[in-house]
Design a binder for this molecule. Structure first.
Ligand code: S3P
Length: 176
């Protein structure tokens, strides 16, 4: 049974869009950890942070990680930016870190037509100074957790997916 592919990286780097492009090119199913948490709790992530605080959200991420370990195989998993800190991350699959500079990420978000909404839904992007500090703290941690690093800056999503297919020697799917 092929291993899962776990996409990690900073907020807004394009993990979800990359997962969907990879799914399209390989025919593998994809799930997103933030979506799983929102479905299970029937709450938006920003409201979980607001009402229950970040530690509760991290607990939900760990619960999701246990579920993934037990039940999900041969799939692409896009993750929230802090999900890689779960204790069993290495058991979930091959870990692919999508890397971009913070400037690259912020430029891309600000040029997006729904840029404001994309910032609003991310509690840890509200304060730019804090986001920058978080980026600096996390960078070596992402690299420490990753089996592969893909530099995504100024690459379009289809090209990022193609690069992952080539580096991980995945099979391309013929379209149904
Ligand atoms: C977080 C990233 C978010 C979301 C939550 C916390 C983080 O996901 O899980 O707001 O700690 O970096 P995205 O990476 O999809 O923005």
């Amino acid at each position: 049974m092929p291993k899962n592919i776990i996409l990690i990286g900073f907020m807004g780097v394009g993990k979800g869009r990359t997962a969907r492009a990879l799914s399209d090119q390989t025919g593998m199913y994809t799930v997103d950890t933030d979506d799983l948490i929102e479905t299970m709790t029937k709450m938006k992530i920003r409201n979980i942070f607001k009402q229950y605080g970040e530690p509760s959200f991290r607990g939900l991420e760990q619960k999701t990680a246990h579920w993934l370990e037990k039940h999900v195989r041969a799939s692409i998993v896009s993750t929230g930016g802090g999900f890689f800190m779960v204790g069993n991350i290495k058991k979930l699959g091959r870990i692919v870190y999508l890397h971009s500079s913070l400037e690259g990420i912020l430029d891309r978000i600000s040029q997006h037509p729904k840029g404001k909404k994309k910032i609003k839904k991310r509690p840890l992007l509200q304060d730019l100074k804090k986001a920058r500090a978080l980026y600096e703290t996390r960078l070596p941690l992402y690299r420490g957790a990753a089996d592969y690093e893909i530099k995504v800056e100024s690459m379009d999503i289809e090209a990022v997916a193609a690069e992952i297919i080539s580096r991980l020697a995945l099979k391309r799917a013929s379209k149904p």
